[in-house]
Design a protein. Structure first.
Length: 495
């Protein structure tokens, strides 16, 4: 198929909708902003409402005979070397669930890196898939997890030959990457598909100095958040497919099971426009972002008390295989403050928002939307932070367990624990009980506790001291984490 990447089918159809002056007696009820609250119009602007039309029976006709979305997805697939692409307006949290359901079903096994996002765990709860956890590679000194190795997946397949496939997260929110080619080779040797949660890797296909990405590395399904490192709107996600291990009609069927019947054309337009932008100018834009990130990294390294985590910190024997330099992850250990303190100070005093925060780091992602002006503001704020750090209160101690104590045994399937009979017990009495909910430091959104895991004192202490230090835990039923939901049938410590 000959493609023309100057085209943007969704954007062009939306423009045509307005030029024709179509009058809609369908949802959305704001009727092209006319019915919207004036105060909302003042804040959002009418352009938001003007772009908010029905996907079928608006942007396209009722039978979608114009193939608007289909043509946009074909162009996206071509841009990133996939055979099929599906747009999602519900974020990669939905896309990854659809990918999982296309590979495994209830009571079937799926190999999953234990550094997976909470959306993967939600997929396990909804589907009844049995996870076979594959351990990440731990940097005990930095208290940081990197994606599992191909050898670990090979061992897991050998131990569980009935597993239906594998799922790996790469890049991580910290920018560390797996050797996806090697992991794909392992999966295909067993005749099984590889799913890559590449939510943080939308930019990877567009510059040779970035790590290899899933489709080029031989993965079967790749899930990408365009809103994270791309320039799509929030919730804009795509999932790509190649090879013959997962039928495209099956993946579409699973996605339809989860997706909305009222997709946002605004989000479609953002995905379509980003693809055109990257197909035409991606190398140029990503090259400039890489140069800017290199300058920012060098400048941060000169600030006393700050250290930028770099390739030499993340990659090596027993660590990550690759490294994305655009997530600028800054270690604050030299300042004696936590990432939680730093993020709060930067937001309050310099109106700057950090992305990633943990007990000793903050992450400041650089994208093609940044320039010398935004980089300069960031650097000035970080210099001010370093000068102000001695006057901040003593950093609360977060008791981070060593890797040997961080992992807990999966005693019950996540689905069975989540939907089983439960009770809430004081956290101080919860060690030995089976969790019936997730507890997730966010960001980065990797659960420390999964439903079905048998709770241990070190992990509970990590979460309680973390919360006292400012860690965000948005998902337990008791947001104060004074109690935790556990299986009621587990009073004697047995199932």
């Amino acid at each position: 198929m000959t493609v023309d990447h100057t085209e943007a089918p969704v954007l062009e159809a939306l423009d045509d909708y307005h030029r024709q002056g179509r009058l809609s007696f369908t949802p959305p009820g704001h009727k092209q902003a006319r019915g919207a609250d004036p105060a909302v119009r003042e804040v959002l602007g009418d352009a938001v409402f003007l772009g908010d039309v029905l996907a079928s029976g608006g942007l396209d006709d009722r039978l979608t005979r114009g193939r608007v979305l289909e043509r946009a997805e074909e162009l996206m697939a071509d841009a990133v070397h996939a055979e099929h692409t599906f747009f999602s307006t519900c974020g990669s949290s939905l896309s990854v669930k659809a990918a999982m359901l296309a590979v495994a079903g209830p009571h079937e096994k799926l190999l999953i890196g234990r550094d997976a996002h909470k959306s993967v765990v939600s997929g396990l709860i909804l589907s009844g898939i049995e996870p076979v956890w594959v351990e990440p590679r731990w940097d005990a000194g930095r208290h940081l997890a990197h994606p599992p190795s191909a050898a670990e997946f090979d061992k897991a397949f050998a131990d569980h030959p009935d597993a239906k496939g594998a799922l790996v997260t790469s890049p991580t929110p910290y920018g560390s990457c797996a050797d996806l080619g090697a992991v794909a080779e392992v999966c295909h040797r067993y005749g099984r598909p590889l799913i890559v949660d590449e939510a943080w890797g939308a930019h990877l296909p567009f510059h040779p100095d970035l790590p290899s990405w899933a489709m080029d590395a031989g993965a079967d399904i790749c899930v990408t958040s365009i809103h994270k490192m791309g320039s799509g709107l929030e919730q804009g996600s795509v999932f790509h497919l190649r090879g013959d291990l997962v039928p495209p009609e099956l993946l579409r069927l699973r996605a339809d099971l989860l997706g909305t019947t009222s997709p946002s054309v605004l989000i479609y337009a953002g995905l379509d426009g980003w693809r055109r932008q990257m197909a035409l100018r991606g190398k140029e834009l990503m090259g400039a972002a890489l140069e800017l990130a290199a300058d920012v990294r060098a400048a941060v390294e000169e600030i006393e008390g700050l250290h930028v985590e770099d390739r030499d910190d993340f990659c090596g024997r027993g660590l990550a295989d690759g490294f994305d330099p655009l997530p600028v992850v800054i270690d604050l250990d030299g300042l004696g403050i936590t990432g939680f303190q730093a993020a709060d100070w930067l937001r309050t005093h310099r109106k700057i928002d950090a992305h990633l925060t943990d007990h000793r780091r903050i992450g400041m992602q650089i994208t093609h939307g940044d320039d010398e002006g935004t980089a300069g503001q960031l650097l000035d704020a970080l210099r001010d932070l370093a000068r102000s750090a001695p006057g901040l209160p003593a950093a609360p101690r977060v008791e981070v367990p060593p890797p040997s104590e961080l992992r807990m045994a999966q005693a019950v399937l996540p689905r069975d624990a989540f939907f089983g009979p439960t009770e809430e017990v004081p956290v101080r009495e919860a060690a030995g009980r089976v969790a019936a909910e997730m507890v997730t430091p966010y960001p980065p959104g990797i659960p420390a506790v999964l439903p079905g895991e048998r709770l241990t004192e070190p992990v509970l202490r990590y979460l309680t001291t973390g919360r006292a230090a400012g860690m965000n835990l948005p998902d337990p039923s008791d947001l104060g984490l004074e109690t935790i939901r556990v299986l009621a049938a587990d009073r004697a410590g047995t199932e």
